[in-house]
Design a protein around this ligand. Structure first.
Ligand SMILES: Cc1cc2nc3c(=O)[nH]c(=O)nc-3n(C[C@H](O)[C@H](O)[C@H](O)COP(=O)(O)OP(=O)(O)OC[C@H]3O[C@@H](n4cnc5c(N)ncnc54)[C@H](O)[C@@H]3O)c2cc1C
Length: 388
């Protein structure tokens, strides 16, 4: 990274995040991957380092950073452990709807404890039968006096088992399609809110991904985001535009981390009486991997800067950076395993974990096929003169 392109706060954040990643996360990444348990010691270390609310405005106790600041921190965490990177980033995903759509009172109520690292938040959009087509969700919220009664199930809720708050999307006006969806912040002790099945995952194993059951779950009316029905889907889409660079940053961190390991290993490993890094075939692979990571990082940071500058048409850029960085992560982590030969395929070395952790980045927050649809739609709209 060329430091001149970043603010003093961004350079400082990156250094602090790298230090935490190397001293606290990397030493325990393998243990939590095997145990598939949540690393509370890491969450506490992030809190004590003052990095919990990087993206939250100073008025609500955060550091007032933008999406680029968030990306820098997520990349460093993910370079040590992809699971710990997303375990942190999901709090931005869960709290962006409050930032983009909440009332001042709601921001005052929920953002300070998240910024302080005292409370965690999750994001509940997807359902068993509503993934790519999230707008077809079945969860319902019916008003009954001063509460909404929520009925339904959310699937794939990252961090849901450890979060105190969950941003839940539900249909308040059936028959109105996406315009009938509203967003609620549901607190974990609300009667009728229950954490269900824990998924047994290929990667990002330290962060729990769970089902959330909403059974006559009575949520106060004042927890309806923005205080008006029907804006939930729009809040979800604006949130995803802002959050996708975070997934992309996770992907770059994983790719960079795997590349670091591959460079060190190919230097040490000897075959035919010499270090394998002396073979041109290996050097070209390393060169391509590094070039791809640098190109992906540049696009992610460009997208993040556009968002932070308040650029109007960010959907296409956000999707582009997610597609590119996550495809690069899959390619680079797979090539890193290749460079370790047979040892790369075994769990004695950490490199296979990078490949497993990378796969999910091509799937969540909208699969890469869906991102390509989003990009193509923007291109065609632009061609028709309607803006990106
Ligand atoms: C580990 C994990 C964590 C997650 N965390 C969260 C979370 O915290 N919150 C949350 O709300 N969701 C979360 N998700 C859900 C995730 O966003 C969805 O899995 C994803 O959007 C895809 O939905 P689906 O799994 O139902 O796949 P489907 O939508 O059924 O798609 C199946 C396949 O069809 C393709 N496809 C679908 N439609 C089209 C189309 N029109 N054109 C071309 N191809 C298409 C998809 O790209 C995919 O390859 C998580 C998922 C996982 C696995």
């Amino acid at each position: 990274m060329v430091d001149d392109l970043y603010t003093a706060q961004q350079i400082d954040l990156r250094a602090r995040a790298r230090d935490l990643a190397e001293t606290v996360m990397r030493p325990v990444a393998g243990k939590y991957d095997v145990e598939q348990t949540y690393p509370w010691e890491v969450q506490q270390a992030i809190k004590h380092a003052g990095l919990s609310g990087v993206w939250i405005p100073k008025a609500y106790g955060g550091l007032g950073g933008g999406v680029l600041d968030l990306c820098l921190v997520v990349e460093e965490f993910s370079r040590a452990c992809g699971g710990m990177g997303v375990g942190y980033a999901v709090n931005a995903l869960g709290s962006f709807p409050i930032l983009v759509g909440g009332t001042d009172e709601q921001k005052e109520r929920w953002l300070p404890p998240i910024a302080a690292g005292d409370k965690l938040i999750a994001f509940g959009l997807s359902e068993k039968d509503a993934g790519s087509d999230a707008g077809s969700m079945a969860t319902r919220a019916a008003k009954d006096g001063d509460v909404y009664v929520l009925q339904g199930e959310k699937k794939w809720n990252t961090g849901g088992a450890v979060a105190s708050f969950n941003t839940i999307f539900a249909v308040t006006q059936p028959g109105r399609g996406a315009r009938g969806i509203s967003a609620f912040v549901v607190e974990k002790d609300t009667p009728g809110y229950r954490v269900g099945k824990h998924e047994d995952k290929m990667g990002i194993r330290c962060v729990p991904v769970v089902e959330i059951h909403l059974e006559d779950c009575r949520v106060p009316v004042r927890n309806l985001l923005g205080g008006e029905e029907g804006h939930g889907f729009k809040h979800a889409m604006v949130t995803l535009d802002r959050a996708r660079p975070g997934v992309a940053a996770q992907a770059i961190g994983l790719a960079q981390g795997a590349l670091d390991l591959a460079i060190a290993y190919t230097h040490e490993r000897k075959q035919f009486g010499q270090s394998i890094s002396s073979f041109q075939g290996i050097q070209w692979m390393l060169a391509d991997m590094a070039t791809q990571v640098e190109a992906a990082r540049a696009l992610v940071h460009h997208a993040a800067r556009a968002i932070d500058a308040g650029h109007k048409h960010i959907t296409k850029l956000s999707a582009m950076c997610k597609v590119m960085a996550t495809d690069v992560a899959m390619k680079v982590t797979t090539d890193a395993v290749q460079l370790f030969g047979g040892y790369g395929y075994c769990k004695d070395y950490p490199v296979e974990k990078y490949m497993r952790d990378a796969k999910i980045t091509q799937i969540y927050e909208g699969t890469n096929q869906i991102q390509r649809l989003v990009i193509a739609r923007s291109l065609l709209r632009e061609a028709a003169g309607a803006g990106g």
